[in-house]
Design a binder for this molecule. Structure first.
Ligand code: CA
Length: 432
């Protein structure tokens, strides 16, 4: 056997981390991956997009989170080491996939992907397999290694046990973001006893299972997830900021398509506007560049783009009312017409947003079905699905709550210097 290209570092590297205290790196491979420019780019992409406009502490990035997922995976593998079903040769593969699983996230992913039809999962694969520093570092392990890493992240890798460490109902990804997002937002939800969960995780054939004695710690984790969804991730103010962000991207794209002359050319966005994006274009875009354009667009000729950017940067968000699509659709044509009369373009200033269509990697329609269920291993060695054992989990599992909200600029509607009667009628319709 030839000697592997990467070995252990002479001295362990540690990153101070507010959530896990320390992140330990002993493998040369991991250290080199962290140093690549594609990984460093994640420092310029926030983990929670626009949530910082609701919870001002939520400035943490994909970089922090990725290191955290790596660290949790590393600890899980310490528990697995030497146990049946676990093949220690998969260790570096699992660690690399954990570290790189969010590599393809762009600026404000959720709104961005909706408007420009990009997909961070596809970009993750492109970055790992394309002409990048990441690819060169991975390929030195062996030529097939980059593809294996991409397959684990895409959940198509042959050994499902490796996949399930990083994406299942209870995985390193979720365990990190729940705790990290709770820490940085400052909310009191999101805490659970991870140390306990790590001690009761076991590899079994093609999945990670939990010893039955750890059931209550897992219940706590499920509850904290449930709380975080509604208190943080689906927060209506964050959704309002996302709505404005989507409208900015939409407006800029529309202006470009109309041949509008921007005061300063938005070169970084050209390929996104035209839908022909190269890997280099994609990697060039991050949240600092995006915010830069929002700054300069505050002075654009176009009234809508200008207003939306002023709103986003100064947190002059849209207000919302609960919206029942079945009941209120009758009022819809009338509302749109009144908005036009009041000189507000309803395509940009009257927006329905549904919670089932919400941000980032904590929720995507159909995701619950895709992710593997949690299995408990009973004292007799048999497996039981968690919700069959736990009444707490049974009570909240499979219940998807969708709500619809209608977003609009209340400040404009309350400004009665012009279109007074029309605006009064709009307010009456919205508030009824
Ligand atoms: Ca993630």
């Amino acid at each position: 056997m030839t000697k592997p290209y990467y070995g252990k570092l002479d001295e362990e590297k540690v990153f101070k981390d507010p959530v896990h205290r320390y992140i330990h790196v002993r493998d040369e491979l991991i250290w080199e991956l962290i140093g690549t420019k594609e990984f460093q780019r994640l420092r310029r992409v926030r983990q929670l997009g626009t949530t910082f406009l609701t919870f001002h502490g939520a400035e943490h990035t994909r970089f922090n989170h990725s290191l955290g997922v790596y660290e949790i995976t590393r600890r899980i593998l310490e528990v697995f080491k030497g146990r049946p079903h676990w093949n220690e040769e998969e260790r570096l593969l699992a660690l690399s996939a954990a570290l790189l699983h969010d590599l393809g996230h762009g600026p404000f992913s959720h709104s961005f992907e909706k408007v420009f039809h990009t997909d961070h999962e596809e970009w993750t694969r492109e970055i790992i397999l394309g002409d990048t520093e990441i690819n060169r570092v991975l390929a030195r392990v062996e030529p097939s290694f980059p593809k294996n890493v991409a397959d684990v992240i895409e959940k198509t890798y042959s050994n499902k046990l490796v996949t399930s460490i990083i994406s299942s109902q209870i995985d390193a990804d979720r365990m990190d973001y729940l705790q990290r997002d709770a820490y940085y937002t400052g909310v009191s939800y999101g805490h659970f006893d991870m140390e306990r969960i790590l001690r009761v995780m076991r590899p079994m054939e093609d999945q990670v299972v939990i010893k039955q004695s750890g059931m209550h710690a897992v219940e706590d984790y499920i509850m904290s997830r449930y709380q975080m969804y509604w208190q943080v991730y689906f927060h209506p103010v964050t959704r309002s900021a996302e709505v404005i962000l989507s409208q900015i991207f939409k407006r800029a794209k529309e202006l470009y398509e109309q041949g509008y002359t921007f005061k300063q050319k938005p070169e970084h966005f050209y390929s996104f506007f035209s839908g022909n994006v190269s890997l280099a274009d994609y990697l060039r875009l991050d949240e600092s560049i995006t915010m830069y354009y929002f700054q300069i667009w505050q002075e654009e000729e176009d009234r809508i783009l200008r207003d939306l950017c002023v709103r986003f940067l100064n947190r002059r968000l849209f207000k919302y009312v609960e919206f029942n699509p079945n009941l209120q659709m009758n009022d819809w044509p009338r509302l749109r017409q009144l908005f036009l009369q009041a000189d507000l373009n309803p395509d940009y200033y009257l927006v329905v947003d549904s919670s089932s269509d919400l941000p980032y990697d904590f929720y995507r329609p159909g995701e619950e079905e895709e992710r593997l269920p949690i299995h408990l291993v009973m004292p007799n060695g048999k497996l039981r699905e968690l919700s069959r054992e736990s009444e707490v989990v049974e009570a909240i599992s499979g219940k998807k709550r969708t709500d619809h909200k209608l977003y609009f600029p209340l400040d404009c509607l309350e400004d009665e210097r012009e279109h007074k009667e029309t605006k009064r009628e709009i307010r009456k319709l919205l508030m009824k």
